[in-house]
Design a protein around this ligand. Structure first.
Ligand SMILES: NC(=O)c1ccc[n+]([C@@H]2O[C@H](COP(=O)([O-])OP(=O)(O)OC[C@H]3O[C@@H](n4cnc5c(N)ncnc54)[C@H](OP(=O)(O)O)[C@@H]3O)[C@@H](O)[C@H]2O)c1
Length: 215
């Protein structure tokens, strides 16, 4: 797949690197440092390059939106026309100091994003795990018991692509339903963040859902 990374910070840099190593063609974009984007592309050791958000979006089969909520409008503007594009968003609608959600209960960041780009295929994924766990999950991708990763969206093609990327990263994709379910997944992330950053075991935390037969 050709993947454009919109926001090459903690999440975007790691996921882009993992996807390049998994064999995808990756364009890193939207950092304040051009040198950082170039280094990321070099270090990814796969098919990766640095570009502008517009270049990242051009010809992309999927885009990862990984910016602070306050930067969403800016990066979308720089990316240009995203009609028909699959946008996998891990971006959470956090306030300026990252202490709370600015959209919740009656909507979600993912739904607000879909309203901003109505012609795009928005899928919410990867936002429920800390960046610190991503390389560990990728390293363990051939193990039998994989951590879960929930995703949701309204577009079948977008969801298929997101599920593939989730699998390539080393997670077991859990289809949680329509995009509206992001109203539950986004606050769930605050629990994960609490456990990851306030707990005693460190931030390399993922989760796993299991189903048990009755009796
Ligand atoms: N970090 C996590 O563990 C985690 C987990 C789940 C969800 N999320 C969500 O995922 C999204 C991305 O998080 P992140 O931690 O990857 O963010 P981040 O490290 O701050 O990365 C954001 C990217 O946006 C870039 N950017 C470009 N212009 C910017 C500007 N004017 N001001 C600030 N940043 C600018 C940053 O540039 P530079 O490269 O120059 O810094 C960076 O590459 C957020 O919505 C967050 O809530 C994060």
């Amino acid at each position: 797949m050709r993947i454009g990374i919109l926001g090459s910070g903690l999440m975007g840099a790691k996921l882009g690197t993992i996807w390049a190593r998994a064999g995808h063609d990756v364009v890193f974009s939207y950092s304040r440092s051009e040198a950082k984007l170039k280094k990321l592309a070099r270090d990814a050791t796969g098919k990766a390059r640095a570009g502008t958000p517009r270049e990242a979006a051009q010809d992309a089969d999927a885009l990862l939106l990984a910016v602070h909520w306050s930067r969403v409008d800016d990066v979308l503007k720089q990316a240009g026309d995203l009609s028909g594009k699959v946008i996998v968003t891990c971006s959470l609608p956090m306030n300026a100091d990252d202490t709370g959600l600015v959209i919740a209960h009656t909507s979600s960041g993912a739904e607000a994003l879909a309203t901003k780009v109505p012609q795009a295929r928005v899928v919410a994924a990867f936002g429920t795990v800390p960046s610190e766990v991503l390389f560990g999950v990728f390293a363990a991708r051939r193990k039998k018991h994989k951590p879960s990763l929930v995703y949701c969206g309204d577009d079948a093609r977008g969801k298929k692509i997101a599920a593939q990327l989730i699998q390539d990263t080393g997670f077991d994709p859990i289809d949680a339903g329509p995009l509206q379910v992001a109203r539950y997944t986004e606050p769930f992330t605050l629990l994960i963040a609490r456990l990851a950053y306030e707990g005693n075991e460190g931030p390399e935390l993922a989760y796993r859902f299991e189903w048990f037969a009755e009796g």
